[in-house]
Design a protein around this ligand. Structure first.
Ligand code: ADP
Length: 767
């Protein structure tokens, strides 16, 4: 190249000698730098270069001088106006014919604008790199085959790998095995033209935990050919975990309110735990209903589902599960293989178990069971939080079930009790309705509260009508009387009386009522058994009327017979035969008169017509008097009187007591057919006297003794007999004096009758 040409080029051109001095600088160079030709030659060039760049130019030159290789270098030229601008200089040795001597040529082009643009770009790239490196998301570039080309710092935080550990590896090694195929399928779709895509993929942390990444990637092409894939992976496990945990809690809630039995509910719980927390298996034990020291496996899901294995029954306090119950503290571990608490670590190693969580199920101090799970991955903090709240929910479920069962048992007992009560009630009803007597039940307000059929029939009311009534509405007496009687009854608890009841139709019915107080749980009631005595009193009336008629109608003819016989006897004193016959007639008339008198007495006594004429007298006198009457009638009996000494005085009806003595002495004679001693002993103290009449006669069979004093009652035919009225009248008369009469006897050896009397009869009893 000749000088003319180089002078004309509008670009700095210069030549350098082997020693580094400038041999030529073209006019453009001189014009640009503002240096004279002279100043530009030799080492004057340095004044046209930025002082900071001189050293690096020198160094580069030295290297080139050694190697004789062309080179490029960037440095700043000073323009004539003093402004430095970046230039790219190309320096090359001159070779061939033109090489007059060992020289180099240099040219420079202004790259100042490009340089600035580049700098700016670098700054922004640095900023971008910061963003990428400090981003929370994983930013990565992979080949179309899935080999990692670049990945940012975030990967260490999210997956536990340092970026350089992953570069060069296939993403296949971090995706969970079961999702590898799907993930590569996504890549294929990308290659097939899908622009952008967002999807979730589960990857494994370096420590084995699963992490869910939300992937967003883009295919990058160069010159129309797909080159690499840029992607961003966001850790959404928290989000996903939380939504799964929320779902799990909901599932547990649903399980515990399901209508199936508790074991079924618990089974749903363990299934949900396995599904939603990725547990290898989950189990729930509850305290045995019959043995509170024993945990019984109630539900098991996942790897093991049988309930009758080695852990089917775990004593509280034994093994890990039993201890969780005994201590009421959860046991958590993410290193089960090294956990001394784990019973069978060999098993855990073999099965690849990593995490264990066991929670006591309890309400306050009350242990209800244990919930436990094993997982093949570590259990994170939030999983444990969820488990603890689930344990609480399940505890409440079990407790509620217990309460419901207890309630059910209680209801069952109540039902049984009610059934029994109903049976008892039916039985009682049957009895109540079955008895012939009318039964009326009255409450404390004297209101009828129950009545049997006999009662409603007797009174002529419907049951419901009767239940509206009070005692006063039915008892045919003064209301005051009823109230007084009722109060007395309430006080004594017993009451018996004969009274008249008024029927619905207004008629009255005589009844004998006997009432008792009954304490029932809901208050005291008065139960009265009522016997209709209208028939009995009708018969009694009839009998009395009959007796009255008989005594009256018999007495008159007898009086006539007696009078006529006495007259005849007086007139036929000389005819011994007639005398004897008349004697016998009069004797029989006498006996008949006694019988009639007895009958008349009975009639009078029963109709209350006998009035005692009480007067003071000496009982000893009366006894002797009566014995004298008897002595005339027998010579086979001897009479003995024993007295306490002196007189036995008192106030009695002399004639009636004479009748009593007469009856007892007559019987003593009558029932001692072989004769013998008859003893009348008088005993007396201040208030009472006792008349004891004993004979050595036939005696009375013991079974007859209780009825002896009843009307018309006669012990076995003992030959000599009367109507069976003597002892009845005796009893009536003694009782009229306020006394009592008793009998004792030994068969074949004689009988003893004892009359015990107050010295002065009560005015009330001496009617
Ligand atoms: P009656 O003598 O008219 O038959 P009572 O009323 O006097 O009637 O006596 C009733 C019954 O008591 C008699 O039938 C008789 O069997 C028995 N009885 C009464 N007194 C005696 C007695 N002293 N010894 C044996 N039996 C007697």
């Amino acid at each position: 190249m000749n000088r003319t040409l180089t002078d004309a080029i509008p670009q700095p051109i210069w030549t350098v000698r082997a020693d580094g001095s400038v041999a030529y600088a073209n006019p453009y160079w001189r014009a640009y730098t503002g240096l004279t030709e002279e100043a530009s030659l030799g080492d004057g060039w340095a004044t046209a270069v930025h002082p900071d760049d001189v050293e690096s130019i020198m160094q580069r030159w030295r290297v080139a001088a050694e190697t004789r290789e062309p080179y490029e270098i960037e440095y700043r030229f000073r323009r004539a106006d003093g402004v430095y601008r970046w230039h790219l200089a190309r320096v090359a040795p001159i070779t061939g014919a033109e090489a007059a001597e060992d020289q180099w040529t240099g040219t420079a082009i202004d790259i100042d604008d490009r340089r600035h643009a580049e700098q700016e770009l670098r700054a922004s790239e640095a900023r971008y790199r910061d963003v990428v490196d400090y981003a929370d998301d994983i930013v990565y570039t992979i080949t179309l085959e899935g080999v990692v080309l670049a990945v940012n710092q975030a990967v260490e935080h999210i997956l536990g790998y340092r970026p350089k550990e992953l570069v060069g590896r296939s993403i296949r090694s971090v995706i969970v095995p079961e999702q590898v195929e799907r993930s590569f399928g996504m890549l294929d779709r990308k290659l097939a033209g899908e622009e952008r895509s967002t999807y979730e993929v589960e990857v494994l942390r370096k420590d084995g935990c699963r992490v869910t990444l939300e992937i967003n990637n883009r295919l990058v092409a160069a010159e129309g050919r797909p080159m690499v894939i840029h992607g961003i992976g966001r850790d959404v496990s928290g989000r996903r975990e939380r939504s799964r945990q929320v779902e799990l809690s909901a599932k547990i809630g649903v399980a515990l309110t399901d209508r199936r039995p508790l074991s079924g509910q618990l089974d749903l719980c363990t299934r949900a735990i396995v599904t939603y927390l990725d547990a290898a298996f989950a189990r729930i034990w509850t305290i045995d209903d019959d043995d509170p020291s024993m945990l019984v496996l109630r539900a098991s899901s996942g790897l093991y589902t049988h309930l009758d294995g080695a852990h089917g029954r775990v004593p509280v306090g034994a093994w890990k599960i039993g201890r969780i119950a005994a201590e009421r503290r959860p046991h958590l571990s993410n290193t089960v293989v090294d956990d001394p608490e784990v019973h069978d670590r060999e098993w855990a190693r073999r099965e690849g178990m990593v995490g264990f969580a066991g929670y006591p199920l309890h309400i306050g101090d009350r242990v209800l069971g244990v919930m436990a799970l094993f997982a093949r991955q570590p259990l994170g903090e939030s999983t444990l939080t969820v488990l603890s709240s689930i344990a609480h929910a399940i505890s409440m479920g079990i407790d509620r079930d217990r309460a419901e069962k207890a309630q059910e048992a209680l209801l069952e007992r109540e039902r049984t009790a009610r059934n029994w009560a109903q049976i008892a009630e039916r039985r009682y009803r049957g009895l109540f309705e079955g008895v012939a007597d009318a039964i009326l039940v009255v409450d404390a307000d004297r209101r009828y509260v129950d009545a049997n059929a006999a009662a409603t029939t007797l009174l002529g009311y419907e049951y419901d009508e009767l239940m509206q009534l009070h005692v006063e509405d039915v008892v045919a007496k003064e209301p005051d009387w009823t109230r007084a009687e009722f109060e007395e009854f309430t006080a004594t608890g017993q009451w018996q009386s004969q009274l008249h009841l008024r029927r619905k139709d207004g008629s009255t019915v005589p009844v004998e009522a006997r009432a008792t107080l009954v304490n029932l749980p809901d208050g005291t009631v008065f139960l009265s058994a009522i016997r209709d005595i209208s028939e009995r009193s009708r018969l009694e009336h009839l009998q009395r009327d009959f007796l009255a008629m008989v005594t009256h109608d018999l007495r008159s003819p007898l009086t006539a017979i007696k009078g006529q016989s006495q007259l005849l006897k007086r007139r036929s004193r000389d005819n011994a035969q007639v005398q004897n016959a008349l004697e016998s007639v009069l004797d029989q008339v006498g006996r008949m008169q006694t019988l009639i008198d007895d009958l008349a007495d009975v009639v009078r006594l029963e109709s209350g017509e006998i009035h005692l004429r009480i007067k003071p007298f000496d009982l000893v006198d009366l006894v002797h008097e009566e014995i004298r009457v008897l002595e005339k009638q027998t010579d086979r009996h001897t009479f003995h009187v024993e007295t306490p000494g002196g007189s036995v005085a008192g106030c009695w009806d002399r004639q009636r007591l004479g009748q009593v003595l007469q009856n007892l002495l007559t019987n003593a004679v009558k029932y001692s057919p072989d004769g013998g001693a008859i003893v009348v002993r008088l005993e007396a103290d201040e208030g009472r006297v006792r008349i004891v009449v004993s004979d050595r006669g036939v005696g009375i069979p013991p079974e007859h003794l209780p009825q002896l004093f009843q009307r018309f009652y006669r012990a076995e035919a003992t030959g000599a007999g009367g109507l069976g009225l003597g002892l009845y009248i005796t009893k009536m008369l003694v009782e009229a004096h306020g006394g009592i009469v008793t009998a004792s006897s030994s068969l074949g050896e004689g009988s003893t009758f004892v009359v015990s009397l107050p010295r002065t009869p009560d005015s009330a009893t001496a009617k």
